[in-house]
Design a protein around this ligand. Sequence first.
Ligand SMILES: Nc1ncnc2c1ncn2[C@@H]1O[C@H](COP(=O)(O)OP(=O)(O)OP(=O)(O)O)[C@@H](O)[C@H]1O
Ligand SMILES: [Mg+2]
Length: 161
Amino acid sequence: MNTRFKKTVVSKSPQETMKIGEEVAHILMKGDVVAFFGELGSGKTTMIKGICKGLGLPQVVKSPSFVFLRIYENGTTVYHFDFYRMKKKEELVNTGYDEFFYNQGIGLLEWADRVRGFLPESRFEIVMKVLSETEREIQISHTMDEIRERTQKKRADKMDK
Ligand SMILES: Nc1ncnc2c1ncn2[C@@H]1O[C@H](COP(=O)(O)OP(=O)(O)OP(=O)(O)O)[C@@H](O)[C@H]1O
Ligand SMILES: [Mg+2]
């Protein structure tokens, strides 16, 4: 039986997509990578805004237009990558990406399909589809099926503090 975690929701507005992002933030832990897939305007950056809000990062989140990476910091560090304009894989290697993917921050990666071979084996995946002008299908999963376990762990961590 395939019991792999996969949740699909439909958002009816950018605000709702942000709220879903805030919820996702609550299960994220340091060192996590979230790979976003989905066409132009499907809502990846909007969702990332919600995640950052949920993580308590007040910065203005926008698509990194001429850079691949923006860093937001406030106790938690977020590495916001956008690989849309990346032409060659070598450009990724030059960013020293693995330091970002495997350290104590949280990596949020737009256009993750462009760097598929570089993604860590254990990662969240968020697939966004445009259903209509205001509706987006959002599919959330984890490649290692760790979501339920970690929700419990995170709650326990909070109680320890
Ligand atoms: N339900 C929805 N969720 C998210 N965005 C929506 C929704 N309905 C409409 N939109 C609009 O779709 C656009 C999404 O833009 P956003 O920058 O988040 O997409 P993106 O996937 O990051 O695009 P890009 O690939 O260019 O980076 C915004 O203009 C937003 O207002
Ligand atoms: Mg974007």
